[in-house]
Ligand binder design. Structure first.
Ligand code: MTE
Ligand code: MO
Length: 370
């Protein structure tokens, strides 16, 4: 099955080089070769849709409704939002919780993302906290439910996705209602004119085409909030073992992770030379502490240099020079750790829907005799 041809043509024009997934919805990711920059250009940024890409009329006509557990329900146009609230720009990684799902064995349900459903961009908008404060948050509000006009392709009577945020994250200073990405108006494929930016949370929490924020007295129950959707088992589940989705919890902060952007899979190097291993490390709520690399499949490790990136929610560049001593096949690894000592696992931790794969990235190549 392929996405609607007009949307596909649009994506191909805007984002050449992306791998388009075999799915009726438009889903595409870049190869790692396009992810080597500190700020991922929009042309290389992955696209993830649970349903159609909605028709968005004139930006001036877009209205954001705030209702539910608030004192003063409100309706905002983009111009009014911009005029009333402080504009904020921050840099943050956006990663799909299903990134790396294709590496799970046995395979799980869901799109088989390779490693490219991630990018780091500069996001500009207003703080959701400011918009909610203006509406007056009632003490009973515990969750923000987010709504959009996109619909499931198999059943257009249902929203494609309606997720949300625990009230603490909705009110956190880094959570934005964003209207720009990398200094340009937010493109329609990325949820323009308005989307949620929830740094550190999985992409599913970054609601696109946002037209309503509903404060709720309980966890939101919108489309894909329940069952196993974007939820992880609270105790490990082995492949094939029965599981109870009521014992699953919504994914919030993403785990520490890194991606090697150089060298690329299949590289060659000559013995006696140095091989620069570089890429990016990032983490959800717990700050990144460091990245170490190995050139021998994890037998020996060396600390990489870590360059401070654009704030705590950006990805930070790491780099290490390895001296290549032995000819033969090489396996290059990078392992990030956060300040609380969590490290990326060497072995993948399986879960029923293939979420949050932060296994150490391995890149295979060959060292030739000098
Ligand atoms: N309205 C709406 N928002 C959405 C989605 C969606 O299908 N519909 N997909 C979510 C998921 S699962 C991800 S990973 C991110 C992807 O954002 P991007 O397409 O800008 O990369 O958007 C999120 N926001
Ligand atoms: Mo996602």
């Amino acid at each position: 099955m392929t996405p609607a041809s007009t949307e596909l043509a649009r994506l191909r024009a805007l984002k050449p080089g992306l791998h388009v997934h075999d799915d009726p919805a438009l889903n595409a990711e870049p190869p790692i070769a396009l992810l080597g920059e500190a700020i991922t250009p929009a042309e290389a940024f992955f696209v993830r849709n649970n349903g159609d890409v909605p028709v968005v009329g004139r930006e001036d006509d877009w209205v954001l409704t705030i209702d539910g557990e608030v004192e003063r329900p409100a309706r905002w146009t983009l111009d009014a939002l911009r005029a009333r609230f402080e504009t904020v720009t921050l840099t943050a990684v956006l990663e799909c919780a299903g990134n790396g799902r294709s590496q799970f064995s046995p395979a799980t349900d869901g799109l088989p993302w390779r490693l490219g459903a991630v990018g780091c961009a500069r996001w500009t908008g207003v703080r959701l906290a400011d918009v909610l404060a203006e509406a007056g948050v009632r003490p009973g509000a515990v969750y923000a439910g987010h709504h959009s006009p996109d619909r499931l392709i198999a059943d257009p009577s249902r929203p494609a996705l309606s997720r949300g945020l625990p009230i603490a994250k909705a009110l956190a200073p880094e959570t934005l209602v964003a209207f720009a990405m990398n200094g340009e108006p937010l493109g329609r494929l990325h949820g323009g004119p308005l989307r949620i930016v929830a740094p550190g949370f999985p992409g599913s929490a970054w609601q696109k085409w946002l037209d309503r924020v509903e404060l709720r007295p309980c966890e939101h129950d919108g489309e894909k909030m329940g069952g196993t959707n974007y939820r992880l088992p609270t105790a490990p589940v082995a492949p094939g073992e029965p599981f109870d989705p009521s014992r699953f919890a919504v994914i919030t902060d993403m785990p520490v992770k890194s991606l090697i952007t150089t060298p690329l899979e299949g590289f060659t190097v000559t013995c006696g030379e140095t091989l620069t291993v570089a890429g990016f490390g990032w983490s959800g709520a717990i700050p990144l502490a460091g990245v170490r690399v190995s050139g021998d499949g994890g037998v020996s490790w060396q600390d990489a240099e870590l360059a401070e990136g654009e704030g705590p929610f950006a990805w930070w560049r790491f780099s290490a020079d390895l001296v290549v001593e032995r000819a033969g096949s090489m396996s290059v690894l990078a392992q990030a750790r956060d300040v609380k000592g969590h490290v990326q696992p060497l072995e993948i931790v399986w879960n029923p829907r293939g979420y949050c794969n932060n296994q150490v990235h391995r890149v295979a190549g060959t060292a030739r005799e000098g």
